[in-house]
Design a protein around this ligand. Sequence first.
Ligand SMILES: [Zn+2]
Length: 283
Amino acid sequence: MPELPEVETVRKGLLPAMESALISNAAVNRPDLRWPFPERMAERLTGKRINALRRRSKYILADLDSGETLLIHLGMSGRMTVSGHTIGEFHHPHPTPAKHDHVVFDMDNGARVTFNDARRFGAMDLMATEGQADHWLLKGIGPEPFGNDFNESYLVERLAGRKSPIKTALLDQKIVAGLGNIYVCEVLYRAGIAPARLAGSLTQREVAGLVPLIREVLADAIEAGGSSLRDYRQADGELGYFQHTFKVYDREGESCLTDGCQSKIERFAQSGRSTFHCPQCQR
Ligand SMILES: [Zn+2]
């Protein structure tokens, strides 16, 4: 499942192909992905210019000059591919249309953007740009981790008295947007906080320390994604999946990377997901 840094990497890869460009032709090859596409989707996209390509949580939002915004969600298996346009130093020719190429945008700058989704857990929708905050997928999502509304006093207030584990609380999209399992494990490791501790038991100082760590962990991953775009060798122009090493995630049984710690990383299930932690460093 792509998390915020992967979605941000896809957005950055799409920017030169899509932002300020006009959609010469939108081909919509089936009626739905996870949910039905909006009515007359191809018609509402063709001939429209993309004024801005933004991200909100794990959604990519394209503001069109028609007053509508296109929402793109990669889901679990959605892939965005750019061809006919340069990504970093690499230019990818248009590939032969493939099975599961469900939506194809031909841009007036020569770029082709293909959305391929074999399992169809992805989604696209159109909404009025003005009312976008009320869209059912966006409504109620908490502040962006890099935004001013996400700060120490906000998080202290939101976590106060909470009886759920801190890991579960940080995964709650109503508290902070876009954090997923991988990066929450990394944040709690860097913070030295045990994932099973109740959110309400954290001291004000511990909570305050989480805010810059959340930004640091996400920024590091976005930077790794950015490097992958600059050094873009994948033959097919597919965006968003990059090599990134984690300090604790997916390292069960391996040595803790903290200087002087002799412990091994452990894994346990929390709300049906794998939590990775160092029992020595995280208290
Ligand atoms: Zn350790």
